[in-house]
Design a protein around this ligand. Structure first.
Ligand SMILES: [Zn+2]
Length: 373
């Protein structure tokens, strides 16, 4: 035992000597790194902190050699950076001129009524009460509060009021492609269909933020996500004048009409990229899955990433042509000009695995589907 231990000690000593010889410069290197670090903090501290306040934190970290990289990064101006991504490099420069998106409004009636947020354009024969008229601005203001988005002070379309074409019998609402007008039934101002009007107005909020919103999986998913959130906001805050008009049950029931007994878990039959490439259109239900799955996607984004609107500033960078529908391809086969920027957009806004994590999340939250089954 003793002999073995002696031998062991000798071996250890020999090994130690080898290490000293091999890494003789090590101590020196450490010194030089430390002195580099010191030099840099001495040199950069006063000028850099005067330009960029964040650098005041640098001296605390200078004990670690990594900090020597910091000055290089902070010298670069970052107006077009989104996290680690360079938006210019990914999507091209931001478009300054969006005038091409401003469509013209054709009025359907002869009695235009201007409010703070809107130009009301009732069809001839449709009579609006003072209550109806006041409701429009009240709904718009409430939507701004609930969503954090803006009609009048938006990124695009500043000072442009939304035209409300109001009919006495249209079965569904619609928003025009350039965020200038919605078509609604008069009943939307009287409770029966309020959330339908809210849905169309969310499209207007999208247009004011991103210039184009014609990609169903995002546009409809985002619109319906916010429709339900706004309904919740009205109910939770017991907003007098609106709470009486909100009927979430009826909004859910519209999905029953469309789906019947269709198994909503059919989404798992294809991967999410395939669905998006087809605009999430199913042969059996036309465009509706884009609404419902899109909505779940935004619930997922809020649940996991805490922000259902984070993609909007990046969406604004994508050229209109890249998101335009191919209307000639038929409803089941509609393709889009290019899915890549839209996929990249979501990855930049949330995370690289934002799509890969969606189905696992859905499987964990299948109770959310129950009102739709
Ligand atoms: Zn819609």
């Amino acid at each position: 035992m003793k002999l073995k231990r002696k031998k062991g000690i000798i071996r250890l000593f020999a090994l130690f000597m080898v290490m000293v010889l091999a890494f003789g410069g090590c101590e020196k290197k450490v010194e030089s790194v430390e002195s580099e670090g010191d030099d840099i903090t001495e040199i950069t501290q006063p000028p850099v902190t005067s330009e960029i306040p964040q650098m005041t934190e640098a001296p605390k970290v200078t004990e670690e050699p990594k900090v020597t990289e910091a000055p290089e990064v902070t010298e670069t101006p970052q107006p077009d950076m989104y996290g680690e991504y360079d938006l210019d490099a990914l999507f091209g420069p931001e478009q300054e001129d969006r005038s091409g998106g401003k469509g013209t409004t054709q009025y359907i009636g002869h009695n235009l009524i201007e409010t703070e947020y809107a130009i009301l354009d009732p069809a001839d024969g449709v009579v609006l009460t003072q209550e109806d008229i006041e409701l429009v601005d009240f709904v718009c203001k409430t939507m701004e509060e609930a969503t954090g988005l803006s009609f009048l002070d938006a990124k695009y379309y500043k000072d442009i009021k939304v035209t409300f074409h109001i009919y006495d019998s249209v079965p569904a609402g619609s928003a025009d492609n350039f965020g200038k007008a919605i078509d609604i039934d008069k009943s939307c101002l009287q409770g029966d269909g309020l959330l339908l009007m809210v849905h169309e107005l969310v499209h207007i909020l999208q247009f004011t933020s991103v210039y184009t919103g014609s990609f169903p999986f995002y546009a409809e998913g985002h619109a319906d996500y916010w429709t339900f959130k706004i309904a919740e906001y009205i109910l939770d805050n017991d907003i007098e004048g609106l709470v009486e008009l909100v009927d979430v049950e009826r909004e859910y029931s519209k999905w029953e009409d469309v789906y019947g007994n269709v198994d909503i878990t059919r989404i798992y039959e294809k991967n999410i990229y395939e669905w998006m490439d087809q605009g999430c259109y199913f042969a059996f239900a036309e465009s509706w899955p884009a609404y419902i799955y899109g909505r779940f996607f935004f619930i997922y984004l809020e649940d996991v990433y805490g922000d259902a609107n984070a993609f909007l500033p990046i969406y604004a960078r994508i050229p209109y042509a890249a998101t335009r529908l191919d209307w000639d391809a038929g409803i089941a086969g509609r393709k889009y000009m290019d899915m890549e920027p839209l996929i990249k957009m979501m990855k930049v806004a949330y995370s690289e695995d934002v799509f890969d994590n969606f189905y696992p999340w859905m499987k964990e939250h299948e109770e959310l589907f129950e009102p739709f089954q």
